[in-house]
Each structure stands twice: as structure tokens, then as C-alpha cells.
Design a protein around this ligand. Structure first.
Ligand SMILES: Cc1cc2nc3c(=O)[nH]c(=O)nc-3n(C[C@H](O)[C@H](O)[C@H](O)COP(=O)(O)OP(=O)(O)OC[C@H]3O[C@@H](n4cnc5c(N)ncnc54)[C@H](O)[C@@H]3O)c2cc1C
Ligand code: FES
Ligand code: FES
Length: 1318
């Protein structure tokens, strides 16, 4: 019998909730197998081979019942602080591979499992093992590096010993100007050795169980579902006859998501996982038969073996499959998903079925009636009933024939991201020729992701039989296939013209591959393809990233004990990697606690006619449904609405919540709440619609210098343009989490919340409950990433949960699921930027008139402030004497957009870089020349009249150009481009003048509280929240220096409103700046009060001074305070010293673009960032790299999709693609440039956000590559490349004969599936 709560459909599934209480290391980031946070290792004993098989799985998709007989190792089983930490955990922590730590247990498990199978892995195996694990903080480089420490030295890096290798860890210094530079962020001598023989043994009882000759059928019975594991093949067939409709559960990667997300229900499951008869490989002269139970990882191994054994001509189908197996999902899914499950589930995006079909595979079926074979062909894939397996049949194996001599097979695919992303379009193609000729004898073409199933272009293939493999055939084939495979203009998934283009672009690739193959067979008879076309043949390789990080060395005269300036490991890093770091959802259950599930609006703008909660309330475990009526205080506070009242103003607005004893009950009941709406007009979704309706959230913000109108009259040229920049989802790995605990007395409410702004949570909760703020206490130990998304939204969600806690009188645990989080909390503002630029023919820009409109969504949130920041920072690094920038946030019926790292800068400045690029194109100059010409060069005033010295900007810019060898590489790229028609390289350098802090002094204030206890230990508290950015680590470094005691004496427990009241938000890159000043102040006060006892006993120990101070009644506790940087922005005049200081930087990126598919590969990035004096280079470099990769995602792979009705489609890792380890630069170099910043603590600078914009160097490098492609095709010089530069945008901008060939639709004749909202 399974536990009681399996009475709900689907709850038999997912190992995660069944992990024993308090084993909280395994994290839950998505529930769909897409993020890897829940990775655990499963080990099984195979009685046939007598070997133990270890493999990684995503626990959220593993049915608990499938684990009978298996050993599961969670991160706790790998090592812990309480027992012994494992080298994997230690090295991940010490290499600075953790920031917020939410992804870290999953990372540990992926590397650990790899080591169990390969104790000395290759770097490629490390990258492969991490492909299914997302990290939103680090940018992956240090994670890979920690893994590489287990590789054999010889395999690590070609650059080893050259002084450029990331693994060259000998103490090294470079001289940059006067500075001594270091590259050693950790000391590998500290690592404990890795001894693979010391791992826990596989439980012997499981071996005995597996070898038991008297095994019996296993049945788990729940209230609504029954799970049966047959004992042998006959038993399976028996069960399949008895329960023909019951799914066969193998990897559960297809069935599981259907149950979880599509409400599928099955009363019976049959799981033959591990059944010996389904696991075999049988190789014959003609082909290979592979058991249906083989996981895709095992299939991969088997095919690798076969290709190593067989002559090349026989293995073309296997090579094609292997190519796709490398990028299909991540390692965990590949280890779970089975060949049988893949073939039978037939996803329309299947990467394997089109190749299997093209390779003429057949499926071996078995039932009680006997065995039969069916072809794995178009009819099977298109789910034609006559070609299908019967419900009582099971797939025993798949037979894949060898390829033959005059036979070519290929797999082709393009996805939003290289690995772990469903294909946008994929294909399996094969052609057989009459021997010795290029006359087509047989042709097979199968396409995925072009319709509801994989489709066969069978008519096209038929018509081409007998034709020669030449250009005329290709041209006819393209025409025919476009006729045969029609993607309607409103097709689900959108990207219609792009997908049509891909159909023929992939065909063209196949055509070229085959021509090349024919040439290799007989070079006299069959001419080779042009040299220029060669690079079109291959996809981008997946390389293991490497690079160097340079920072200033610590002054050799600095006392040894003083940690400031050292790359100190994150204070919680080891706890992150052991899973012992406690996040809100890891807190043990509180007596009587309830779980909250949300009911959100399905309409963008509508009147609420009725909320019927009766069906929900009738369900078991449900305690209450909470609506606007239950808010005792204000429900509409500062324009933010806690529970929708009378009307809804966006899809995703919280209408009510359900409180129940389990989350499963709450969620089930939430589905039963019935809401009747009446749509209201207008429904405004896009910025264009908002402009039409004059719908704004605030008044215009403007800055202006010079006489713009007059200047336009005296310039050589004027250009005007528009730039669209779409939004971004924060995708912090830990979703929004709140535990609201009502107290017994005085209406007190305690909240544990992952936030960046406790004061705001306190304020909103007090307002909602109508109680003074002194009754509300907020605690934040840490947040699993935030990036701006936890500034304002936790206040709203805190109010929502506090109202529920108040109404029910019970603690409320409110953990947003990934889909709800993405839907409700919104993200970065989409931007429409318009520009008019007047310039001289020599590239000097004389006048700029810029307009910004952002999509603010339905409530004010921080949109006005974001717009202020955008306008103030709009000039970036360039001096334009006549400059005007105006902007307004638009009010629309989308969820309210909010703060996001960079706070408007990453969007706004793209407009600037776009017009610089356009000016360059008009003047026949390079963008870098126009940047150089117009860049600030000496102490100047910004457009809002703040004086600054751009000297560090110049240094970053010049060093970046020089050290990245920009000019030489640019020439090399041009050479490459001349030689390659279908792949183009591009380079770009972007300069940056970023700002830290707020334009209002009081927002820059901070406080701290420091206690010294009688044993000499110190407790530091301050108002900043630890979000992964290493704030607490830096604060301990500050306290250590100020008190002159080792860091080990200092503890920092949490942030709470009781200790430090009224703290400002931890945002704006100023967390360490302002809290550092407050901690410094407190420590200096304490140090001053200790002076009398120190003077009396100057050689005494710290502990002695403390006890003496106590005996002399000297206070050992004090607050520290920082008043805030002086800033004063006068918006009436549009001028003032808006920001405390500036951070400068530059980055250079080089990409290669596949013009036929739109894919790109980031070859190299060099970042030079003005860090002034870095308090902690490891933390600062981590912030820069992490922000860069997040920025790169924003500008390339991350695309939010909305329906025209304002419904967000992208609600999880399946359809929103943040970068993975394969997207980061192959070579990634970061240098911290030294400058001075006397106003900040230790002359440091805040670097939390600045790296984000530097990600745009990738966007402009792509632009450069695309421009090269267009130049070659004789197309217009200036074109608009919006952001993100997705494969779709890249491909469709590289106009060519294929884009010209596709059918186009009149936009007025259909409603597209998705729209852009910028
Ligand atoms: C996060 C994620 C990413 C993914 N990415 C990709 C990708 O990039 N490319 C891609 O192609 N696919 C991808 N997939 C899909 C994946 O390949 C399939 O879900 C998987 O192959 C199904 O195999 P399974 O063993 O998990 O099937 P299950 O879910 O166990 O079963 C699926 C179906 O097959 C039937 N079935 C299973 N075995 C048999 C059998 N022996 N005989 C008869 N019927 C059987 C079951 O009854 C069920 O209906 C992804 C999936 C996930 C979750
Ligand atoms: S939580 Fe399991 S993969 Fe994301
Ligand atoms: S450290 Fe990887 S998600 Fe935060």
C-alpha cells in the first residue's frame, strides 16, 4: 500500500516528496525534468552481468514505485559537514562553483555519478554530465572547472602550461600597467585527494533480491491507482492483456509530464523496468536489434560500440542517431528515457524517430498472441491506426538495419539552445542510389516539430526517384516539400515562416552532405561541393569551456589575517554543496501548517461575475478558500492588488488561494474553483496597443542637453530607427517561497521569506492585515537567486499568504510552482526604443533624440523608477553634445513587470549600440571606430550634468581591444567569412558606463548590528539579504579587517526586521557598499570602545580584551549606520548628481553563425571590468561571469511567448531557455581592472549588475556576422536586429534563396499563435 496521499492522480509519481523528512538537499526547481536541481543517483544491480549500474535521474520524474530494488543516493549520502564532505562537494565549493547554492546539490550529484562510473573523466564527459543542470547564478565556468579537477592532467587542456590555461594554478602574476595581477582564485593544494575506492558499497540485500530466483510480481495499491511490476515477460504479456489501456512505464519522461501538467489519469500502470527480456543488443550482419528497455544513454553506448566495430559505410544511421543522442535533453533524461518509450510516445519533436524511420528501422512487438514486426515508418509516426501497435502489445525491441555503400543517412536539427532543448525543426533523411551512380533509388525524409506528429515527405520522395542528385533536383525537392508539408500561419508553436525555411534549409544541408559523400566515393565522377560550402556540413561542436580570470594581487604587506582582497569562498558554499544550506521550503513542517495554492485569472481584462468555491471546499483536506473579502486591511495598496476584486487586469492575477493540509490537496482544489468572467474592453497587451490607447503608468521622464532640433539642421546625415527588446524571466532557481506563521499574541505575524527587500514585505503585510509594522517580523536566511525578482513581488505574495494565515489562524507554506511563478511574477520590461540620430560623415554624432516605451504591465510596481534609470543612463559611454531622451512606462494587461538585474540598462543601452552600429554602416566605418570617436575621453558631465572621470572606461576599452587581439581576430573573421558561404563569424566590443546606487540619498542608507560575545565570538547582522551574491561573505571580510580578528570568529546568521529595521532593498549593486559601510561603522565603534583595554594590555589576545571589557562594563554590542551616498536628482530640471559613482567595463565577443539554421556558437569573450579595489575577487568575478551569461541569455536564447490574448505560454524550462553549460563562451576571460573609488568601502565598486549589459557583445557580434552574410548577398547595409537574437531572427535576417522560396501569409488573414509585446 502506498501512502494515503496517493488518492490524488499523479501523486504516485515523483520521488521528491517521498524523500525522507529533513533530507532536504534534493531541490525542486521545476518538476518537469528540465532543470536538474533534483538530481539523485540511482544504482541497480544487474544479475546478468553482475555489475552495478549507477546513473543520474531527475527525482521529480521518477515514480517512487519504480525504485523497488534500487539504491538511491541523494546529496546527503555523498557527504555532509556532520560526517565528511566529499571531494566533489569540497571542490565545487572551493572553486566558487556555488552562489545561491540552489542548483549545487544537483550539480554535485551529476558530477558524483559521473565519477562513480568514470573516476578519471575527460573534460568532455564533465560538460556532458552537466548539460541537464541549470544554474542561473554562476555562468557555469567555475562549476566546470571544479569538475575538471578530477580529470587526468593530460586531458585537461591544450593550453596547459602556456600560461593561458585555466588549470595553470601555479602562483602567477601578470603586469598590467603598474598592477601585479593574479589568476589563482583557489588553492588546489587544499583539496582532499579523491579516492574512488572509498565510496559506499551497494547494499548486499539488494543484490540478493535481484538474484532471487523466486521473484514474484510486485503490486503497489493506492486508493485510485495501482502499480504493477511484472516478474517476467509472460507476466507482462498477461498483464497487458488484462489491462490493455494501462501505460507501460519505463523512464516516465513522457507519461510523468502528461500526468503532472496535462491532468492525465491512469488507474493502472505496468512497469517492466529492469525486465531482462527488454535489455539486450543483438548485432547481425544486416543490422542491430536493441531491447526496448535500453535507456537512451545505454543506446548511446551500444551504438558507440557498434560504430567502433563495423565498417563506416554500415554505420551511417548509427552516426546520425549518436549525433542527436548527444544533445537530446540532459544526461539525467537520457538515462531515464528508454528506446521503447521514445518510439511509442512519438513526440512530434522526437530527435530519434525521424532518423530511425529514415534508416528503415522496424519495431518488434510481442503479445500473448505472438510476435510480429511493424515498420517504424511515416504511417506509424503519423499515428495512423492501421500502422500502430495494438493496445495489448509491447515493444520488445527495435531493429535498425546497417546502412549500405551507396546509401546516406543524416540527422539534422536546430533548437533554441544546443543541448537540452526540443528541436524547433529536426529531420531524418536518407537516400539510396543505384550502385555507382547518383541516381536516386530510394529517398526518405521525415520532419519533426512541423506539425502534431513527425511527418514524412513521402510524396516528395516518391517523385524524386530516378532523379540525379544535382542542383535542379534540389530546387524541385524544395518546391515539392514545401507543397507537401504545410505549416499553417497560425500553427501552434509559431515561428511559421522560420520553420518553413528550416524545412528546406535542412534539406539543403542534407543535399550538400550527400554530394560530399558521393565525391568521397568517386571523386572523378562526382564533383565535390564548393570549398565555401564545406562549413555548412557540420553542426557546432560542443567544447569544454576554459579561460582565465585576472585580478589584483593582495598587497604583500597586508597582514595575513586580513581577508579583504582575497578570493574568499562563499560563506555557505560547503553547505550549498552538501545540501545542508536551509532554504525556506527546507524548514521542517510547523504544527498545523497549511499549504497554499493559487487560482489565477485566465482573462487579461474582465469583470468577475462569480467565484464559486463550493466544489473546492468539498474536497478532502481543504480548509479554506481565501478571496479579496478576507483581507482585513488594504487589498489595493499603492496600486498593487493582493486578491483580484470585481475585475481582473491580467492573465495570472491572483483571484483566490486555497489552503489545505497538503499541497496536492490545495492544488487539486484550486482547479475546482469556478470563476465566471465577462470580458472588458480594452485589452491592451503590446506597447503599440498601449500607445494607441494612450495608456501609461506615469508621466514622461526626460533629460536633454544642447539644442537637439538645431543640431539636426547642421549634420551630414540623419537616420531614424526602432529597436524592439523583449522581456526576460528571472528564472531564479528557487521559486518565490514564503512561510507565514501567525503568532498567538497581539496579531503578530512571522514570515520566513526569500526576498531582497524585507521592509517592503513587512509594509505590505502590515497594510493587508491592518496592523502596525512592529507586529510583523521577516526572516531571510538566504534566497535561491533573486536578480531583482524578489524586490517587490515577495511583498505582494507575503500579503497574500499573511491574509490566508490570518484567516485560517494557521501557518501557511506558500511555495510557487515554476509555472505559477513565471506567470504571476513577470520580469524584465520589454522595450520599444525609437531613435533619430544626426551625424557627420566622419562618424561624429552631433544629435540624438531617443524615445523609450516599456511594457510595465497592469500595476505600477517599479516601472516608473525603471524608466527614470533608463533615461538617466541612456547615453552610456558616449558624449553626444545635443542629446534628448524621453521615456514612459506603458500600462497594459500583462502581469506587472518589475526590477531585474541592470534595472532597465540592458534594454535601454541596446538602443544606443544599435544606432552606433547603424551610423557606422552609413559612414563605412566599423562600429568600434564610431564608438571610439564618440566615447567620453576626459573628465566631463553626463547629459544630466553629473561630473565624472571616464579614465577607467578608456582603460577597459583599450585593454579589451588590445588583449582580446580584436583587430587581428576581426581580420581573421573577415577571411573566414570570405571562405565560408553558410557560416559567418562576427565580433563586437561594447563599452559600458554603468551606475551604482540610487538617485535618492535615503535609499542608499544602511544599518548593522554587531554583538561580541564573552567567548570572543562575533555576530554580525545587517540589513542586506543573501541572494547568492556573496554579500554575507564580504561582510565577514569587512568585520574581520575592522576588528582585526580571523573570519572564523565571526558569524552571520540571517537578515531580519527585528534586528535591523527599515532596511533598504538589496539591489542596485550596492548591497556590499552600503551594508559594508554600516558594518564597518559598527566595528569601528566597538574597536574604539575596546581601546582602553587594548592600551592596558597591548599584547593581549582578543578573548582577553573582551572579558576585560566586560568586566569594565564596556558595551560589547552596537549598531552601525551609513547615512547613504549623497545623490540629488532634480527631475523638474532633468539634472543632478543622480548616482553615487559609475562602473566601467568593456567586453569583446566573437561568434560563429550558421546562416542556414540560425544557430550560433560563442567562441570567445573577454571582459574587462573596472572593479576599483575588489574586496573579494572570487565573488566579484562570479558576479561578472554570472551576469554576463544571464545577459547573454537575455540577448539570445531567452524568449517569452505570449498569445495575442495576453496568455504567457513560456512557463518552465521546457519552453524558456536560459543558457546551459554548452552556451557559455568556449574561451571566457575576465580581468578586473584596478581604479580608485574613494567614496566606497575600501575603494571598491559594486559589481552585481554591470556584467549583464556586457552580454550584449554577443548580440552585436551576431549582428556583425549576420551583416557579413547580408553583405555577401548584396542586401541593405542597415537592418534591424531586435533582441533576443534567437535562431529564428538570425535565420530570417540572413535572407537567401531559401527564405525567398517559402510561402508568405498576409498578416491580416490570420491570428498568429504568439505575438511580441515590446
Ligand atoms: C526534460 C525532458 C527533455 C526532453 N528532451 C527531448 C529532446 O530534446 N528530444 C527528444 O527527442 N525527446 C526529448 N524528450 C522526450 C523523451 O525522449 C521521451 O519522453 C522519452 O524517450 C520517452 O521514454 P520513456 O521511457 O520515459 O517513456 P515512458 O514515459 O515511460 O512511456 C511513454 C509511452 O511509451 C509507452 N511504452 C514505453 N515502453 C513501451 C514498450 N516497451 N512497449 C509498449 N509501449 C511502451 C508507454 O505506455 C507510454 O505510453 C524529453 C523529455 C523530457 C522530460
Ligand atoms: S525539479 Fe526535477 S528537474 Fe527540475
Ligand atoms: S548557484 Fe546555481 S542557481 Fe544559484
Amino acid at each position: 500500500e502506498t501512502p494515503e496521499n496517493d488518492s490524488l492522480p499523479g501523486s504516485l509519481f515523483s520521488l521528491t516528496p517521498f524523500l525522507p523528512v529533513h533530507l532536504t538537499g534534493t531541490k525542486y526547481g521545476c518538476g518537469s525534468g528540465g532543470c536538474g536541481a533534483c538530481t539523485v543517483m540511482v544504482s541497480r544491480y544487474d544479475p546478468k552481468t553482475k555489475k552495478i549500474h549507477h546513473y543520474p535521474v531527475t527525482a521529480c520524474l521518477v515514480p517512487i514505485c519504480s525504485l523497488y530494488g534500487a539504491a538511491v543516493t541523494t546529496v546527503e549520502g555523498v557527504g555532509s559537514i556532520k560526517t565528511r564532505i566529499h571531494p566533489v562537494q569540497e571542490r565545487l565549493a572551493k572553486c566558487h562553483g556555488t552562489q545561491c547554492g540552489f542548483c549545487s546539490p544537483g550539480m554535485v550529484m551529476s558530477i558524483y555519478t559521473l565519477l562513480r562510473n568514470h573516476p578519471e573523466p575527460t573534460p568532455e564527459q564533465i560538460t556532458e554530465a552537466l548539460g541537464g543542470n541549470l544554474c542561473r547564478c554562476t555562468g557555469y565556468r567555475p562549476i566546470v572547472e571544479s569538475g575538471k579537477t578530477f580529470c587526468a592532467e593530460s586531458t585537461v587542456c591544450q593550453m596547459k602550461g602556456s600560461g593561458k590555461c585555466c588549470m595553470d594554478k601555479e602562483e602567477k602574476s601578470f603586469t598590467s600597467g603598474q598592477e601585479k595581477m593574479c589568476t589563482k582564485l583557489y588553492n588546489e593544494d587544499e583539496f582532499q585527494p579523491f579516492d574512488p575506492t572509498q565510496e559506499p558499497i551497494f547494499p548486499p540485500e539488494l543484490i540478493r533480491m535481484a538474484e532471487d530466483p523466486n521473484k514474484r510480481r510486485l503490486t503497489f495499491r493506492g486508493k485510485r491507482t495501482t502499480w504493477i511490476t511484472p516478474v517476467n515477460l509472460n507476466d507482462l504479456l498477461e498483464l497487458k492483456t488484462r489491462f490493455p489501456e494501462a501505460p507501460i512505464i519505463m523512464g516516465n519522461t513522457a507519461v510523468g509530464p502528461s500526468i503532472k501538467f496535462r491532468d492525465e489519469f491512469h488507474p493502472v500502470f505496468i512497469s517492466p523496468l529492469g525486465l531482462q527480456e527488454l535489455y539486450f543488443v543483438n548485432s547481425t550482419d544486416d543490422g542491430v536489434t536493441i531491447g526496448a528497455g535500453y535507456s537512451l544513454a545505454q543506446l548511446n553506448d551500444a551504438l558507440h560500440f557498434i560504430v567502433s566495430e563495423q565498417p563506416k559505410e554500415k554505420t551511417k544511421t548509427y552516426h546520425a542517431l549518436l549525433k542527436h543522442l548527444r544533445t537530446l535533453a540532459g544526461a539525467q533524461i537520457r538515462n531515464m528515457a528508454t528506446l521503447g518509450g521514445h518510439v511509442v510516445s512519438r513526440p512530434n519533436y522526437s530527435d530519434l524517430n525521424p532518423i530511425l524511420a529514415a534508416g528503415k528501422a522496424t519495431i518488434n512487438l510481442i503479445s500473448k498472441e505472438g510476435k510480429r514486426q511493424i515498420p517504424l515508418d511515416g504511417r506509424f509516426l503519423e499515428k495512423s491506426s492501421e500502422a500502430n501497435l495494438k493496445s495489448e502489445e509491447t515493444v520488445l525491441s527495435v531493429y535498425i538495419p546497417h546502412s549500405t555503400q551507396w546509401h546516406f543517412v543524416s540527422g539534422l536539427r536546430i533548437a533554441q539552445r544546443q543541448e537540452n532543448a526540443f528541436a524547433i525543426v529536426n529531420a531524418g533523411m536518407s537516400v539510396k542510389f543505384e550502385d555507382g551512380t547518383d541516381t536516386i533509388k530510394e529517398l526518405q525524409m521525415f520532419y519533426g516539430s512541423v506539425g502534431p506528429t513527425v511527418v514524412s515527405a513521402s510524396k516528395t520522395c516518391q517523385q524524386l526517384i530516378g532523379r540525379q542528385w544535382n542542383d535542379q533536383m534540389l530546387s524541385d525537392a524544395c518546391r515539392l516539400v514545401l507543397d507537401e508539408i504545410y505549416i499553417p500561419p497560425d500553427a501552434e508553436g509559431g515561428m511559421v515562416e522560420y520553420r518553413r525555411t528550416l524545412i528546406i534549409s535542412l534539406l539543403f544541408k542534407f543535399y550538400l552532405k550527400v554530394r560530399r559523400g558521393l565525391n568521397k566515393m568517386d571523386s572523378h565522377k562526382f564533383p565535390d561541393i564548393p570549398e565555401k560550402f564545406m562549413s555548412a556540413l557540420e553542426d557546432f561542436p560542443i567544447e569544454t569551456p576554459q579561460g582565465i580570470q585576472m585580478f589584483q594581487c593582495v598587497d604583500p604587506h597586508q597582514p595575513l589575517q586580513d581577508p579583504v582582497g582575497h578570493p574568499v569562498m562563499h560563506q555557505s558554499a560547503i553547505k550549498h554543496t552538501t545540501g545542508e544550506a536551509v532554504f525556506v521550503d527546507d524548514m521542517p513542517p510547523i504544527s498545523q501548517e497549511l499549504f497554499l495554492a493559487v487560482v489565477t485569472s485566465t482573462r487579461a481584462h474582465a469583470k468577475i461575475i462569480l467565484i464559486d468555491t463550493s466544489a473546492a471546499l468539498a474536497l478532502p483536506g481543504v480548509v479554506d478558500v481565501i478571496t479579496a473579502e478576507d483581507v482585513p486591511g488594504e487589498n489595493n495598496y499603492q496600486g498593487e492588488i493582493f486578491y483580484a476584486q470585481n475585475e481582473v487586469i491580467c492573465v495570472g492575477q491572483i483571484v483566490c488561494t486555497v489552503a489545505a493540509d497538503t499541497y496536492a490537496h490545495a492544488k487539486e482544489a484550486a482547479k475546482k474553483v469556478k470563476i465566471v468572467y465577462e470580458d472588458l474592453e480594452p485589452r491592451i497587451i503590446t506597447i503599440e496597443q498601449a500607445l494607441e490607447h494612450n495608456s501609461f503608468l506615469s508621466a514622461e521622464k526626460k533629460i536633454e542637453q544642447g539644442d537637439v532640433e538645431q543640431a539636426f539642421k547642421n549634420v551630414d546625415q540623419i537616420i531614424e530607427g526602432k529597436v524592439h527588446v523583449e522581456g526576460q524571466e528571472h528564472f531564479y532557481m528557487e521559486t518565490q517561497t514564503i512561510l507565514a506563521v501567525p503568532q498567538e499574541e497581539d496579531k503578530e505575524m512571522v514570515l520566513h521569506v526569500g526576498t531582497q527587500f524585507q521592509t517592503h514585505v513587512q509594509e505590505y503585510v502590515a497594510a493587508a492585515l491592518n496592523i502596525p509594522r512592529n507586529r510583523v517580523a521577516c526572516h531571510t536566511k538566504r534566497a535561491g537567486g533573486a536578480f531583482g525578482g524578489k524586490v517587490s513581488k515577495p511583498a505582494l505574495l507575503g500579503a497574500v499568504s499573511a491574509v490566508a494565515a490570518n484567516k485560517t489562524g494557521r501557518p501557511i507554506r506558500f511555495i510557487l510552482e515554476r509555472g505559477d511563478d513565471m506567470l504571476i511574477t513577470a520580469g524584465r520590461h520589454p522595450l520599444l526604443g525609437k531613435y533619430k540620430i544626426g551625424f557627420m560623415n566622419n562618424g561624429v554624432i552631433k544629435a540624438a533624440d531617443i524615445e523609450y516605451y516599456i511594457n510595465g504591465g497592469c500595476t505600477p510596481d517599479e516601472s516608473e523608477l525603471v524608466m527614470e534609470f533608463m533615461v538617466l543612463r541612456s547615453e552610456n559611454a558616449y558624449y553626444i553634445p545635443n542629446f534628448r531622451c524621453r521615456g514612459r512606462p506603458c500600462k497594459t494587461n500583462l502581469p506587472s513587470n518589475t526590477a531585474f538585474r541592470g534595472f532597465g540598462f540592458p534594454q535601454a543601452i541596446v538602443v544606443g549600440e544599435a544606432y552606433i552600429t547603424a551610423v557606422a554602416s552609413q559612414c563605412n566605418l566599423t562600429p568600434e571606430q564610431v564608438k571610439e570617436i564618440n566615447m567620453y575621453k576626459r573628465t566631463s558631465r553626463t547629459a544630466h550634468k553629473q561630473t565624472f572621470n571616464p579614465e577607467p572606461l578608456r582603460r577597459c576599452w583599450e585593454e579589451c581591444l588590445e588583449k582580446s587581439s580584436f583587430s587581428a581576430r576581426k581580420l581573421a573573421a573577415e577571411e573566414f567569412n570570405k571562405k565560408n558561404r553558410w557560416k559567418k563569424r562576427g565580433l563586437a566590443v561594447v563599452p559600458m558606463k554603468f551606475t551604482v546606487g540610487m538617485p535618492t540619498t535615503f535609499y542608499n542608507q544602511a544599518a548593522a548590528l554587531v554583538h561580541i560575545y564573552l567567548d570572543g565570538s562575533v555576530l554580525v547582522s545587517h540589513g542586506g539579504c543573501e541572494l547568492g551574491q556573496g554579500l554575507h561573505t564580504k561582510m565577514i571580510q569587512v568585520a574581520s579587517r575592522e576588528l582585526n580578528i580571523p573570519e572564523s570568529y565571526i558569524h552571520l546568521s540571517e537578515t531580519n526586521t527585528t534586528t535591523v529595521p527599515n532596511a533598504t532593498f538589496t539591489a542596485g549593486s550596492m548591497g556590499a557598499d552600503i551594508n559594508g559601510k554600516a558594518v564597518q561603522n559598527a566595528c569601528q565603534i566597538l574597536k574604539a570602545s575596546l581601546q582602553p583595554v587594548i592600551r592596558k594590555n597591548p599584547k593581549g589576545k582578543w578573548e582577553e580584551w573582551i572579558s576585560e571589557a566586560y568586566e569594565e562594563s564596556i558595551s560589547l554590542s552596537t549598531t552601525g549606520y551609513f547615512k547613504g551616498y549623497q545623490t540629488n536628482m532634480d527631475w523638474k530640471k532633468g539634472e543632478g548628481d543622480a548616482f553615487p559613482y559609475f562602473v566601467y567595463g568593456a567586453s569583446c565577443s566573437e561568434v560563429e553563425v550558421d546562416c542556414l539554421t540560425g544557430a550560433h556558437k560563442l567562441l570567445r569573450t573577454d571582459i574587462f571590468m573596472d572593479a576599483a579595489f575588489s574586496i573579494n575577487p572570487a565573488v566579484d568575478i562570479g558576479q561578472i561571469e554570472g551576469a554576463f551569461v544571464q545577459g547573454m541569455g537575455f540577448y539570445t536564447t531567452e524568449e517569452l511567448k505570449y498569445s495575442p490574448e495576453g496568455v504567457l505560454y513560456s512557463r518552465g524550462p521546457d519552453d524558456y531557455k536560459i543558457p546551459t553549460v554548452t552556451e557559455i563562451p568556449e574561451e571566457f576571460n575576465v580581468t578586473l581592472v584596478r581604479s580608485r573609488n574613494p567614496i566606497a568601502i575600501y575603494s571598491s565598486k559594486g559589481l552585481g549588475e554591470a556584467g549583464m549589459f556586457l552580454g550584449s557583445s554577443v548580440l552585436f557580434a551576431i549582428y556583425d556576422a549576420v551583416a557579413a552574410a547580408r553583405r555577401e548577398r548584396g542586401l541593405t547595409k542597415t537592418f534591424t536586429l531586435s533582441s533576443p537574437a534567437t535562431p529564428e531572427l538570425i535565420r530570417m535576417t540572413c535572407v537567401d534563396q531559401f527564405t525567398d522560396m517559402i510561402p508568405r501569409d498576409d498578416p491580416s488573414t490570420f491570428t498568429p499563435w504568439s505575438i511580441h509585446v515590446s
